[in-house]
Design a protein around this ligand. Structure first.
Ligand SMILES: C[S@@+](CC[C@H](N)C(=O)[O-])C[C@H]1O[C@@H](n2cnc3c(N)ncnc32)[C@H](O)[C@@H]1O
Length: 240
């Protein structure tokens, strides 16, 4: 019986993988790569492609996870992809599943793992953590995410932002992930929640890649041009 190892690939720089992650990738017979559309390259694979042992010629399988919110489509997707994985693992191969950043934060792996555990419980699962994009971002900008008694909240901005104001009232650091196109919608809410104009505001896209853009300013300096429209964006607002 083979096994599956989910590898956290970090935010984008192939040097930001753990030694364990690199070893797993080099030993893989099969590499499973999540992608959002048929024929679209996997971002996770693009991070680790230079680390693959070409002499081993691992099979690369793209698994499509459409970016939709329809529960039925999502459940079918998780079921189908878990079945594909289980079939390959049961042939005795060493299978690696890639994920951007860390597997436990807004990752396709979370759903795949749940399916595997409930329907294919004979399969051995390993998970190798990765560097989370927001922490790579904090290092780049040179800020702390939380210190002393400060609290932090992580918000996926592409969902209902109704809870942002209440959360912000009780929080020192607000971190927004999942889609820069929605980031501008929360600024007024943060001000209403008591974030002063002197609060630190940092925003980035494509951290750890050649396209990286990183900006640090204050909340009061933010204009509509400050925002990014990319899905791979992070925004951190820290109460002054
Ligand atoms: C589906 S979540 C995956 C999070 C990932 N598991 C992690 O640990 O960071 C995708 C979101 O993570 C953030 N993200 C991940 N990698 C990023 C990067 N290199 N640059 C900017 N944002 C990134 C973006 O907010 C993006 O919309």
């Amino acid at each position: 019986m083979g096994e599956i190892t989910c590898v956290g690939c970090g935010p984008g720089d192939p040097e930001l993988l753990t030694v364990k992650a690199v070893k797993s990738i080099k030993n893989a017979d099969v590499i499973m790569c999540p992608t959002s559309k048929e024929g679209k390259d996997s971002i996770a694979y693009s991070i680790i492609s230079t680390l693959v042992d070409e002499t081993k010629k691992p099979e690369i399988i793209n698994l499509v996870f459409p970016m939709v919110k329809d529960k039925e489509i999502l459940e079918d997707t998780w079921e189908r992809n878990a079945r594909i994985i289980a079939e390959v693992v049961r042939t005795g191969k060493n299978v690696v599943y890639l994920t951007v950043g860390d597997p436990s934060l807004y990752s396709t792996w979370i759903y795949v793992q749940r399916e595997l555990k409930s329907k294919y419980s004979d399969i051995k699962i390993n998970v190798i953590p990765g560097i989370v994009s927001m922490f790579a971002f904090a290092s780049k900008v040179g800020i702390s995410i939380a210190e002393g008694n400060e609290t932090m909240a992580v918000i996926p901005a592409c969902y209902d932002l109704g809870r942002v104001k209440e959360t912000a009232k009780n929080c020192d650091t607000m971190i927004f992930l999942k889609d820069g196109r929605y980031f501008d919608q929360v600024i007024a809410l943060l001000r209403e929640a008591g974030f002063p104009d002197t609060s630190l505001f940092a925003i980035a896209q494509d951290v750890g890649t050649d396209q990286e853009i990183v900006r640090k300013l204050t909340l009061g300096e933010v204009t509509k041009d400050t925002f990014t429209t990319k899905y791979f964006s992070i925004m951190v607002v820290k109460r002054a």
